[in-house]
Design a protein around this ligand. Sequence first.
Ligand code: PMP
Length: 425
Amino acid sequence: MDNASIRDAARALFPGGVNSPVRSFRSVGGNPVPIVRGEGAHVYDAEGGRYIDYLAAFGPLVLGHAPAGVVEAVRKAAGTGTAFGALTPGEVELGTRVRDATGLERLRFVNSGTEATMTAIRLARAATGRDVIVKFDGCYHGHSDGLLVKAGSGIATMGLSDSAGVPEAIAGLTAVLPYNDPAALKEWFGAHGGQTAAVIVEPVAGNMGLVAPTQEFLDALQEVPHAHGALLIADEVITGFRLRYGVCGLLPEADLVCLGKIIGGGLPVGAFGGRAELMDQLAPLGPVYQAGTLSGNPLVMGAGAAMLDALADGAVYQRIEELARHLENGLNAAIHRAEAPAAVTRVGSMLTLFFRNQSPTDYAQAREADTAMFGRFHAAMLERGVMLPPSQFETWFVSAAHREADLDETVKAAHEAMRIAAPVA
Ligand code: PMP
């Protein structure tokens, strides 16, 4: 089947032709590219078109596509049974690696980041006996009801849901504050500290495009909730094992940590963990229920362990940061030459090119980016064989499979694409 017939068939099957909305390319005004194969830094469409890939499956593929160790581990696991609904040694093997790398005393594997954050919040509510949670505008923590909530404009408001079908009674328990605003956090806790169970945050925000945290914000996150008896939940679904081996290190005082993506080697996974005293409130030891038919699945555990084995000595992190810096420098030079109204934000191997004169520090600023220009840029990059995440508000991921030559080709394409995408004066 060619690209168009796969798309057409998908449209008759799945709402919007996809099984997850950003994949529809609606935010960039294009058509989704059906991918049939990935190898290293490249993906291939159904017609043999090749793209340098920075989407990287939205984050898990820190070694690029189909790394030999991970593929072999999945084959091996599949050959001895795909699921048991019973304790398996694979869970212990990956669990031990995650615990040793993160310092989390107890953890539990689930099947997605959504499940990890959803359950961490349930646990925080049970542990504190409080109902309200605080999240930050533009941070994404998966699609459970209480987390599909954004702020009204400006100062903190109790949330209105971002999605139909979320009862007001649930959305109303989520307060949304601006990212990187310690004063707003203090103000919230000054007024509502006694009702607030937890603050959940992406230590580096990756879902409004990449937005780096300030040290003042990180300090406030670790002080203010604790001063009021609330918990801090670090959502490291993207940053865990991406910025370094283990948690990213920006929120050492977090009570609960959510993981996903990389620790499953590209298979469906999530995990959350923390102190034993807190985690042991989960069933069957405690009253907080959580479960999963396929949680700790042997294929996922094998893939995750092989992935972490390849990352454990830390060399990959140095390499991917160097590569990402090379790309950042090239993109900045291209912006300068094309006189484009754009800025690059980078943290480690994560980056976003914003069509805004300066890198944003919060979602209000990120939303000022010229998304129509990003759409034209995205299409021109695709024509030149570069697969970027199909939205201005996503992060590009550099992997250990990228080569300098890929990055240089990307920069050359970006220079041309910026000129093509420029608004007509
Ligand atoms: N938290 C963060 C920070 C994420 O980026 C995501 C997904 N991109 C999630 C949670 C939800 O993970 P999943 O899509 O696996 O449910």
